[in-house]
Design a protein around this ligand. Structure first.
Ligand SMILES: [Zn+2]
Ligand SMILES: [Zn+2]
Length: 385
């Protein structure tokens, strides 16, 4: 602001409250947001500090395979796990470059994952940290890359397992995920990290021996999950089958109606129409019996009504909207409207209960025909065989 020449107090005041103040505010805002951004980056979901990993989790002192710098494990568990891992290295061998080498499994135990700067809600970054641990500690033979690392954060019950390329054949993604899940479930249920770690190391030993039967044995939770999925699947199948059956039934009904319409004599339809028209003249109805509105086409009908008046074979009339709601779909023949008799809909007139379908449309009348046709087909098939 000093570079600008100011000629009066008023000008100075305008200036002060104008661009200079604005610039200063923007500057401050920018600085604050930058600071906030810097503050949040370390707390971001996929962040952890490799420096802290090196600093707080030194490699196990040879010949040990477990690093527990905060002495969180009981001495018994430390001894059990460490000797189990030494057994694996001695006895569970893999051939690489013509030489048999033992799998190397190392375990790191942390107070909490926040020690590495991992966010409290972040469940997956600890796996990345366990991968870096493999390189950092040099777990596995360098020719075989057959190391496995397990990183356990006790305070927030997080587990990461990583396997080098030479070990992923047995320590597959599925195996690692299952062990992690079993371990975190156990930690959450019992908070007994000694038992959880012993079990996990036993599962890793089994897996490297090619045996995952115990690991994938169904738990009560699995049974519940599969039962739920089974029920959902069965319900879905029943629903689809029911929908298909109903569609099929509707098609059959429509074909039957078509056949009926073809069979019915035009003269019969005309006779029915005359009878209905005569009855309608006697009833002399002007209102729809359902909605009680003036029927379209009668002198008192409301203007702009897009409904039609439908005459049923009994001589009663409905507006087309009410007919649709009452009967479902229908067909018009010689001036009479006949309902199709679709599933679940009534076929009787709402006023006099007369069956309003076309004569002979009742499905019961045709069951004999269908059975006869089916039997004939079966007979022909039998003859061919
Ligand atoms: Zn109506
Ligand atoms: Zn009627």
């Amino acid at each position: 602001c000093s570079a600008v020449e100011l000629h009066s107090i008023a000008e100075y005041s305008r200036h002060r409250h104008g661009s200079c103040v604005l610039k200063a505010t923007m500057h401050a805002k920018l600085t604050i947001s930058l600071a906030v951004a810097l503050l949040y980056v370390p707390l971001g979901a996929a962040y952890y500090s490799a420096t802290k990993l090196r600093k707080y989790l030194p490699a196990p002192a040879a010949p040990n395979h477990v690093s527990d710098p905060t002495s969180s494990l009981s001495p018994q568990t430390f001894a059990f796990v460490d000797s189990a891992l030494q057994d694996i290295k001695r006895e569970v061998l893999v051939s690489c470059g013509g030489v048999s080498r033992g799998y190397e499994v190392a375990v790191g135990v942390l107070g909490t994952s926040q020690t590495l700067g991992i966010d409290g809600d972040d469940e997956s970054t600890i796996v990345t940290a366990s991968a870096d641990l493999l390189d950092e500690w040099g777990v596995g033979h360098k020719d075989c890359n057959n190391g496995v690392t397990l990183l356990l954060a006790l305070g927030d019950r997080k587990v990461g397992i990583f396997a080098g390329k030479g070990a992923t054949g047995l320590m597959t993604n599925r195996v690692r995920s299952r062990i992690i899940k079993k371990m975190t479930d156990e930690l959450k249920a019992t908070r007994d990290h000694d038992v959880a770690l012993r079990d996990a190391v036993a599962f890793i030993g089994d897996a490297l021996n090619g045996d995952t039967s115990e690991l994938f044995k169904w738990t009560a939770e699995d049974y519940v999950n599969y039962a739920i999925w089974g029920c959902v699947a069965i319900w879905g199948c029943v629903y689809l089958a029911d929908a298909a059956y109903n569609r099929c039934k509707d098609k059959v009904r429509q074909r039957r109606l078509q056949r009926t319409l073809e069979r019915i004599d035009e003269a019969d339809l005309q006779a029915a129409a005359e009878e209905a028209t005569g009855a309608a003249a006697r009833f002399n109805a002007t209102d729809c019996p359902i909605c009680l509105e003036e029927l379209p086409g009668t002198p008192g009908a409301a203007a702009g009504n897009t409904n039609e008046t439908l005459l049923l074979r009994c001589g009663h009339s409905l507006c087309s909207q009410c007919a649709g709601e009452w009967f479902g779909r229908g067909v018009d023949r010689a001036g009479i409207w006949y309902p199709l008799g679709e599933g679940g809909k009534p076929t009787g007139c709402p006023v006099c209960r007369t069956d309003t379908r076309i004569e002979g449309q009742d499905p019961d009348h045709h069951n004999g025909d269908d059975a006869g046709a089916g039997g004939g087909g079966g007979g022909a098939g039998g003859g061919g065989a």
